[in-house]
Ligand binder design. Sequence first.
Ligand SMILES: [Zn+2]
Length: 258
Amino acid sequence: MLLTCPVCKGELIRNGRTAVCANHHSFDYARQGYLNLYLSRGGSHGDSPESVKARTRFLQRGHYAFLKDRMRELTASFAHDVTVDLACGEGYYTAALCGNDKYGFDLSKDALKHASRNDPDTHYTVASIFSLPFADACADIVTTLFAPLAKEEIMRILKPGGVFISVTPAPDHLLELKQALYDEPYLNTVDEPPFPLADQLQISEIMKLDKDGIQDLFAMTPYFYHTSEKDRRKLDDIDSLAVMASFLIRIHRKPEKQ
Ligand SMILES: [Zn+2]
């Protein structure tokens, strides 16, 4: 196992329902199968249960299956002994990635409960993606979909020559939803790539959403938290909507020598 102790950084060894390091720091596996290596006490972190539920329902309808399938194809095309998905959420994409030994990290226990029940072969772990309990230079592939990029940690855990794949919304992603909500909808901005690019592609598909699909999509976007009650109500009057999902996939390779 490539997980490391969050206290002393030593290697963790699995012993039944517990993971232990040489210094006897010990961490219990949850009933559902994930491991909590996040040291902050109390409270819940990461996405709320409501937003996890909305996203799970939406993803189970298959609207983003074309992205999942593309991620499977992409990861199959690179060496994939060890694959790590950062901010993996409920593991919808993680489960589809190619990897002989797979790891998924997220702060949301609610999301990881779901992930580890559905995909018991992946090591799902509660941890901050900015302080990963993971060995240096062991990952062949690291992925981050729709989450901040933990640049230093990504470079630390990747093998030399390893591949990092990021997925972000393309400028016109969900534009029709924003047109329904706002008087002046804006295009998404795309950040400069964090590392030199090896390749980049954009994939798009039009989703035909019913009333529930519209509400779930809205609840899983950042707009949910930034939209006025008045604008929100506009969605109540819409029974169906065609919305384009459009993603920018960027592929980076860690240099063999630094
Ligand atoms: Zn330790």
